[in-house]
Design a protein around this ligand. Sequence first.
Ligand SMILES: Cc1ncc(C[n+]2csc(CCOP(=O)(O)OP(=O)(O)O)c2C)c(N)n1
Length: 804
Amino acid sequence: MNKSVMTTLERLNLTVEEIVADYRLVYRSRQVSLIGRQEALAGKAGFGIFGDGKEVPQVALAKVFHKGDFRSGYYRDQTLMFALDVCTIEAFFAQLYANADLKAEPASGGRQMNAHFASRSLDENGGWRDLTNMYNTAADMSCTGAQMPRIAGLAYASKLYRQLETLQAYPQFSNQGNEVTFGTIGNATCAEGVFWETVNAIGVLKVPVVLSIWDDGYGISVPNEFQVTKQDIYAILQGFRRENGGEAGFDLYQVKGWDYLALVEVYQQAAALARQEHVPAIIHVTELTQPQGHSSSGSHERYKSQERLAWEAAHDCLPRMRAWLVETGLADEEQLAVIEAEEQAQVRAIQRRAWEAATAPLRQEAAEAGQLIQALADSAGRQAQLQDLGRQIVEEKSPNRKQIMVAVQDALLATIDEESPARQALIAWQQEQLTRNRRRFGSHLYSESPQAALRVPAVAPVYSPNSASIPGHEVLNACFDAMLAREPHFIAFGQDLGRLGGVNLGFAGLQEKYGPLRVADTGIRETTIIGQAIGAAMRGLRPLAEIQYLDYLLYCLQIMSDDVASLHYRTRGGQKAPVIVRTRGHRQVGIWHAGSPLAGIINLLRGMHVLVPRNMVQAAGFYNTLLLSDDPALVIETLNAYRRKERLPDNLAEFTVPLGVPELLRPGDDITLVTYGACCPIALEAAERLSRLAIELEVIDVQTLLPFDTGGRILESLKKTGRIIFMDEDVPGGATAYMMQQVIEGQGGYYWLDSEPCTLTAQAHRPAYGVDGDYFSKPNVQDVMALAYELMNEADPAHYPPFS
Ligand SMILES: Cc1ncc(C[n+]2csc(CCOP(=O)(O)OP(=O)(O)O)c2C)c(N)n1
């Protein structure tokens, strides 16, 4: 063996066996890509995306990945996942084939497309496993760059676990902050704003991240020239470089993706510094390739020149590593040929096993359905047609559940006018399958653990003659103080939250009391404020992330929707991020301080709870509930209620407000008015005035939009009044339409209506500035009165003659 190579191996503490084993893994992973693509192109998978051309850097990375560390990456990382056994090759193929058996496909239970990796942080009951004893991978998403924001939080957790004495009580999440978060991202995705925001946040937070940029020169068909300034991500990252071993900034490395020893060296250095001193690093891995093109969707010959394709073939990291092994004498041709033959046979065998495992249960279901249809054919008049249906489904080589359900429904439709035990048996089977499949593809949108928010017991607030009346912001201040005191893993951060205590002073004085790590300021970076919370929550902390105003939630709505809201669902209960997002909105002057885009929010955030408390005592009760639960939630406080005085419950730290339970604010017999948040006082004032006109409004505060009135309280009111108005500050057809659907369709309110159901909303435009702008943009007391009166006039014009 070459002498200089030997010295390098010694320096890097590498053995020849280890290197050969790495080659074996590189080769195995390539086989997976080759066979996987063939399978996709043969129609056995809807889509296939693979990590070919990126194998060698990943075996180098795997060497420094310890138990307790986290990966947050993207679909190219199969080799790393195989190396750590986070994903077995069988599980990889199971995901390719959309095998919905969680045992076979533990990342998502068949819910995610292939190469979307996830470790299981939770046990079957939704409780935390010991994360320090496993290789962790935050569940992948398809949206490029979405892996970035939470990297800040995953690494931030290491900082808190290292520096906060009180967190030593949670050893299953950290070994004194010695964990590194490994991020991976493609070169083209570095053009996304979220990349830069996250890199900046990591630099500011000074947290242990090693971020690898896999640079293959392209983003699908678009080359670097159109992606990043100077075509060179490394050049433009230079401003982030740490100067002379200083405190601030990143260590930056550039290394060729086929250069095994150089890669091992870089990863060793970067990971050691990150682990020991929490110095973040970015590793730009260049000269990577895509031997099979981007994905199974098309071939790269369409957009890469002959020269580029030839260059890629010459730089492909697999043959280059092989040639290097032979050149240096670390392995010989014969040995490598044996390894390669073994791996080819093995991967093929595993793939076949995975295909069999994915398809056998479906064939079984098809056989059951076929038999029941045959039995129906025997007993029914339309024998030939039914027999055909039954035969077709049984003979289908790789049936899917959709085909089976279509055949069953067709058989039932063909026998619609017949009644027979065989038909009943088929209906029963259909219903059973529907129930199973709804659960198979629909479970775990919310927590199903004993800590689910809907399971938190309600504890009523207690008042006594001594209960103080204090401004709303002081109620919250007392609530957050108590939360920080009783829960060491509760932390809070956001813009102006630390030193100032928040723009409305909910956290005033609490940084001084609990320190700058538990109550912290952040930069103006909504997406990574949420990312900071996601990552921290994934590692057992209980973050409250503040977004200063509801209108600015749009900046982070994407990551709340794609990551927070879908996490528990897309891992089928394997991961959770019980983040509390706190913000405030409604009713203030100005386009960007008074918006109320609730329909957008609730439609994008299925998987989170959305709470809209009308005052600060209700808000405090919700925060108490949420801290006891493991569901993520958004709490929207009302801006104009911070100064209003409220009575402080004597049991402030214990009382809870249950989710999905509306509150009756005022009884009335004539019209039910359903609303929430800052519209509550408007509705109540209108109700008082209407009472003088002999119209009694029953005012109901829904309190939470997700979940919505789980007990059907509103229907009870509608049964009494027969008339209903849904009111809020969203646009026409916004969240009022949602509330109407929930009550009129969902609760069966339609059958109790004596008048048409109405919505009262803000105007379609943004709310204009000033008292008058507000008055003519948002629903007001006079609007409520006019609409309620109109309803009564229509019902009983003699008693309620038109007044205008
Ligand atoms: C937000 C978003 N935009 C577009 C896409 C479609 N898309 C998927 S992969 C990809 C290219 C990504 O290129 P790069 O980051 O260089 O990674 P590579 O696939 O080359 O490893 C694009 C545009 C997406 N998934 N998400």
